[in-house]
Each structure stands twice: as structure tokens, then as C-alpha cells.
Design a binder for this molecule. Structure first.
Ligand code: MN
Length: 376
């Protein structure tokens, strides 16, 4: 048996129990996301805050494949989850709850404000208090920045260390490069919160179609859609760097989960080229080059990417984090050790430590070094 490699993960998922919504007043609870199977059995209709869309249910063959590949219980059961993590060799992990995935479908600011509070309280009791290995993201309104600020402050006081943000805000809010976000960045610095972006959360992925996340159909669609979802990582980082938001807040760190790492040097060069060659029309001016700010304050996670080690060793980007994406299909559940050995066998020990443990500890020092003997 090969020696177990322990790693922290910057990317995993959990689904809040629907029972949590009973904490809301009835007139709000009834507008929370729900899915009802259509009579044809092939589709389901999802309704969120009065808006509906249909999505295709997996075929029996797809269902079987997913059940073989996924840890279905650990997505909603903390005890199963912690046992899975130990089995896989994952010590601490950032956990994205799921309500925020519906951000772009909510219309009522009061509903979303109250729902995020109830969800965050439930997540604290269920995940945050269950184990120091679980680092859940707080979720905040994407309809009103003042509400989002208040919830960042409230959840930081509860012990949350990071806040989930979609890679682009819904149309109700300005994009992240605009000044209206400045008080939110200030609040995150004051509350010591890491910004946790997750790919595939642009509003376009959530509305107007039958299936979430589907931009392309026809030949190549599955590969094209998965590849495409990663581009939103670049968009989020680009906006935060070029707008000066990160430059004005040097303590602010952002994590971009699931989009890989090799894009970081690429957009760094691209932004530097624009900053230099188009300097006459660049505003705002930054105190360092875009690439320096990107390399300093942006952290990126990958699962399987064979280019990730070289992104650090050959291209000098130190904030590469591994992520399991537990328990999703594109993640490593069931083959985490195989993946880690494939990636890291023969690689310099300090590089391995930085990618599996160290970069994560920059963001969440309280997670500490792995303690394999501990059970929770
Ligand atoms: Mn993920």
C-alpha cells in the first residue's frame, strides 16, 4: 500500500435539509426552491420564488453511473461525510452549501435575506459546530448589498470564515468592478472573511434554460459545457484585480474553487499586457502590476489537473490549492489517493505541502496541520 497523502480541500458541497425552511414564516417558506417530478418521469419542474424551469432527470443508466461515482449520503449527512473525508485522506475542507446556487432566481429581497439567515444558522449548527475540519461558506443576499454586509458581519460573529459569492452577481446588482461593492469589500476585511467564489455560478447558468449550467447542446456538448464553466473563474479574478478592489484591500483574499490553476498565469500576463500597452486608457492605476496582485491575493483550486504542479514550480504562482469537489461527479471521491499519488509522487516535498496543505492554511490557519489520528 502506498503511503496515504493527506490534503486539505478548497472545494466541496453540502445540501441544506429542506426542514430548515420551516423556520421561515409560512408565506416565505412556500417560495423556497422545490423540485416536483413531471408526469412524464423524464423531467422535473423546479420552482424558486414563483419562477419555474424544467430540467431533465438522469436516465436510469446515468443514475447508476452517478451512484457508483458519488458519495450521495455525505452531501447531506455530516457523520458520513467526516468518515468519507478520513477514508479519502482529506483533512479540512471548504464547504459550499447549496442555497446560494439559487441566488439569481430569487426576486424578493426580503425572502432572500431571511432565507440566507435561516440557512446560515442551520449550517452553523450542522457543519460549523460539528468539526473544525469543516469550513462552510456563509451565504448572503445577492439582491441588496446592505443586507449582504449585515449578514457577513452576523455570520463572522458566529464563526464563519468565508463568504460565498457567485462568479458574477445577478442583474439586480452592479458587477464586482463597480464602486457600489466597495462597502462590501470593506466589511469582509473588517470581519476577516475570505471571498469564496465557485465556478459555474454566473447567472446565465441558472436562468432561461431547461437545465442549469448548459450553454451548449449537440456534439461535444458535455465536454464544451464543463470546459466553459471554468471560464467564470477568470472573469471573477479579472474583475477583482483590474478594478483595484484587491489592490485597495491588500488583506482581502479570494478563493476561486473548481476552475483549475493554470489559467492564473495566463490572465496575469494578459492583464499585464493590457495595463502596459493600453496604459493611456487604463483606470484605475494600481500600486503593483495586475499579475502581482493576482498572484498575491487570488487562490485557485483544481482536482485532477496535470498542469497544476508546474503552475507553481514553473510559473511561480504559489496559491495553488487542491480541491476534492466532494461529492460531485467531476471530483475525486473514490479515487482521491490515486489522484494525489498521480499528481505528487516524485514532486518536491515542499511543493506538495504547499499545494495540499500550506496554501489552504494561508486562508484558514485555524484548520491546522492534518491530525490523522483524530476522528472529528
Ligand atoms: Mn465544486
Amino acid at each position: 500500500m502506498a503511503e496515504k497523502i493527506w490534503a486539505n480541500s478548497g472545494d466541496s458541497h453540502f445540501i441544506e435539509a429542506v426542514e430548515a425552511w420551516s423556520e421561515l414564516p409560512a408565506h416565505l417558506a412556500e417560495r423556497m426552491p422545490k423540485a416536483v417530478k413531471d408526469p412524464d418521469g423524464e423531467f422535473e419542474t423546479v420552482t424558486v420564488d414563483g419562477q419555474s424551469f424544467r430540467r431533465k432527470l438522469p436516465t436510469p443508466a446515468q443514475q447508476e453511473f452517478m451512484e457508483r461515482s458519488q458519495a450521495t449520503a455525505g452531501v447531506g449527512d455530516v457523520t458520513v461525510r467526516l468518515a468519507d473525508l478520513t477514508q479519502e485522506g482529506i483533512w479540512a475542507e471548504v464547504v459550499y452549501p447549496s442555497l446560494g446556487m439559487w441566488n439569481s432566481m430569487f426576486r424578493d429581497p426580503v425572502l432572500v435575506r431571511e432565507a440566507m439567515k435561516v440557512s446560515n444558522d442551520w449550517v452553523k449548527a450542522t457543519l460549523l459546530d460539528a468539526s473544525p475540519r469543516l469550513i462552510p461558506t456563509a451565504q448572503v443576499s445577492m439582491l441588496n448589498i446592505d443586507d449582504a454586509i449585515a449578514e457577513v458581519e452576523r455570520t463572522a460573529a458566529l464563526g464563519f470564515r468565508c463568504v460565498f459569492l457567485p462568479t458574477s452577481p445577478p442583474a439586480a446588482l452592479d458587477d464586482y468592478n463597480r464602486d457600489s461593492w466597495e462597502p462590501f469589500w470593506d466589511a469582509c476585511v473588517a470581519a476577516n472573511m475570505v471571498l469564496a467564489f465557485h465556478i459555474g455560478t454566473d447567472p446565465i447558468d441558472h436562468v432561461g434554460g431547461e437545465v442549469i449550467g448548459v450553454a451548449y447542446r449537440g456534439p461535444g456538448g458535455a465536454v464544451m459545457n464543463h470546459t466553459n464553466s471554468g471560464y467564470s473563474a477568470m472573469h471573477a479574478a479579472m474583475k477583482m484585480v483590474a478594478s483595484g478592489a484587491l489592490d485597495r484591500h491588500p488583506e482581502l483574499k479570494m478563493l476561486v474553487s473548481e476552475g483549475g490553476a493554470a489559467w492564473v498565469p495566463y490572465i496575469g500576463d494578459r492583464m499585464n499586457e493590457a495595463y502596459r500597452q493600453h496604459g493611456f486608457r487604463v483606470q484605475p492605476k494600481l500600486s503593483a502590476s495586475p499579475k502581482e496582485i493576482l498572484y498575491r491575493q487570488v487562490y485557485a483550486t483544481f482536482q485532477h489537473d496535470e498542469t497544476a504542479v508546474a503552475t507553481m514550480t514553473a510559473m511561480g504562482y504559489q496559491n495553488v490549492l487542491w480541491g476534492s469537489d466532494y461529492p460531485h461527479l467531476e471530483g475525486t471521491f473514490g479515487h482521491t489517493q490515486e489522484t494525489l499519488h498521480h499528481l505528487f509522487d516524485g514532486v518536491d516535498e515542499q511543493v506538495v505541502h504547499r499545494i495540499t496543505i500550506g496554501a489552504f492554511l494561508d486562508l484558514f490557519p485555524e484548520a491546522g496541520e492534518p491530525q490523522p489520528g483524530r476522528v472529528s
